[in-house]
Ligand binder design. Structure first.
Ligand code: GRF
Length: 200
């Protein structure tokens, strides 16, 4: 299966996918990596590995709709089976979401629907929950509202800092992403209402 991965940052989730894809038995290949800004670690990783990259910046377009159109075209050019947001800090627009409907995934560092948005781990720590985690979901037009494909929980320790909690979440998040995307590519998946099933 062909994967296009969208990043805004360091790309540790991307790196985990790339190393999984090195094994042909995994069943997927990262065919392109896109970013919404220049200078991301994720794009650098892809370039070093000889993977196609593109940067589509909101500021280079007259409005958000034009950006949405350009990003949709940039991704579609690589004919992905799955599009994966892995630390992509932009909400994709309606054209993008419709074009890749049912096969555009995001990984978020909280147990949704708790702590949606970009401060998931910090908000979980501030609230005092005892379990945090990561959610892999199918993106819809809302913010972190799509149907859930998989979740993994990690404990919140008494002496956690934002950094220590984030690191624990991200370790589990990467493993979940690699596992579930691989199974989706090898075994398929189905979505019925808000219920999802990986494998047939
Ligand atoms: C992930 O924890 C993701 O949930 C959040 O941003 C982080 C991306 O990290 N939205 P990386 O760029 O894959 O290292």
């Amino acid at each position: 299966a062909r994967l296009v991965v969208l990043v805004s940052g360091g790309g540790s989730n991307l790196a985990a996918l790339m190393s999984a894809c090195a094994d042909p038995a995994y069943g997927a290949t990262v065919v392109a990596v896109g970013a919404d800004r220049t200078g991301t670690g994720g794009v650098a990783l892809a370039e070093d590995a000889g993977i196609a990259t593109f940067v589509t910046r909101v500021g280079d377009y007259p409005n958000r709709q034009a950006w949405d159109h350009a990003l949709t075209a940039a991704v579609a050019a690589h004919e992905p089976d799955l599009v994966i947001s892995a630390g992509f800090l932009k909400l994709c627009g309606p054209e993008f979401v419709a074009r890749f409907s049912g096969r555009y995934l995001n990984t978020h560092n909280s147990l949704l629907p708790s702590f949606a948005g970009i401060r998931g781990p910090a908000d979980a720590l501030a609230y005092g929950v005892k379990l945090a985690g990561a959610t892999l979901f199918v993106v819809d037009e809302g913010v972190d509202t799509g149907v859930v494909l998989a979740q993994v929980a990690v404990p919140v320790e008494f002496d956690d800092t934002e950094d220590s909690l984030l690191e624990r979440i991200k370790t589990a998040e990467r493993a979940q992403l690699v596992d579930v995307v691989g199974r989706m590519c090898r075994e398929g998946w189905s979505v019925a209402g808000r219920r999802t099933r990986i494998g047939s």
